[in-house]
Design a protein around this ligand. Structure first.
Ligand code: ATR
Length: 270
């Protein structure tokens, strides 16, 4: 029941219709009896949107593509994590001040930790964009041995230097990818409407590996299909979303996130 005491959270992006956040968070508020509401806004003018959110005392703002970098210019403070990653996906209103942080890395780490320890593992990280930066940050923080594989070698080297990674290679370096314990796809290859494509060939995969595709639409990406065929352990993109959103829920409401319930809701929405 929305009333004059309802606290409002939202997600901004462009486009935004694909976002699962409103359904997920509103379902949680309902089940947990919290007087909160969560909306999605398609935003092109980020500066004015942020000014408006501040004036209206919106309590939490999730940020998605393409605003994770631009939004940084308009916040009162940004924590060290978001600064290191170079992107903000979460804004918390602390007594009228908008504070930026990043939960993407934690979503990836927690999804991985359900299946494996990270310290000392050889990881092939596919992609060198914004998502790769957040994942690389989380992996390094957990003492994994990370190599980047990307179409543009220049961008791969850039990321290698920023996070002091083990190596930078082209996406076609099949032999090197095949040596990895864990393969993580952060490229957009495989996302709808290109869901027949995979970033690497099936030849790189084997049953001892863990294959994590951060793409969540579709759930069963071509890479996940290849991995299952080779009997590798798989981690789905929605699992990263789940743990990232759980962190946001806790930051916005101050309540502990019920992971099992969230996972059930997410599976129901998808
Ligand atoms: P995000 O914020 O989701 O990471 P991004 O910063 O645009 O998005 O990064 C997209 C990543 O997918 C990049 O690593 C990109 O490779 P390049 O650096 O070479 O551009 C990769 N990517 C996207 N489409 C690709 C394609 N068709 N083939 C190979 N790599 C692709």
């Amino acid at each position: 029941m929305i009333d004059a005491k309802t606290k409002l959270c939202c997600v901004i992006g462009n486009p935004i219709a694909q976002s699962l956040s409103p359904q997920l968070h509103n379902n949680l508020y309902k089940v947990m009896g919290l007087n909160f509401a969560f909306l999605a806004f398609q935003v092109s003018d980020v500066e004015h949107a942020i000014t408006g959110f501040k004036a209206l005392n919106i309590v939490g703002i999730s940020v998605t593509i393409p605003h994770k970098l631009e939004v940084m210019k308009y916040l009162d403070d940004i924590d060290e994590t978001a600064k290191s990653i170079g992107a903000v996906n979460t804004i918390v209103n602390k007594e009228g001040k908008l504070m930026g942080t990043n939960t993407d890395w934690l979503g990836a780490v927690k999804a991985l930790e359900r299946k494996t320890r990270l310290a000392g593992k050889n990881i092939a990280l596919l992609g060198a964009g914004g998502a790769a930066r957040a994942v690389a940050y989380g992996l390094i923080k957990n003492r994994a041995n990370v190599s980047i594989f990307n179409r543009s070698l220049e961008k791969a080297y850039e990321l290698k230097n920023i996070f002091n990674l083990a190596g930078a290679y082209s996406l076609g370096d099949i032999d090197k990818i095949a040596e990895a314990d864990i393969i993580i796809n952060t490229t957009s290859i495989g996302m709808i409407p290109n869901d027949k494509m995979a970033p690497i060939s099936e030849d790189c995969l084997n049953s001892k590996q863990i294959v994590f595709d951060i793409i969540h639409t579709p759930t069963e990406t071509q890479l996940i299909k290849y991995a299952k065929k080779e009997k590798a352990t798989v981690i789905y993109g929605y699992e990263m979303l789940l743990f990232g959103a759980a962190e946001q829920f806790e930051l916005y409401t101050g309540k502990k996130a019920p992971i099992k319930l969230m996972e059930k809701i997410l599976k129901g929405i998808k």
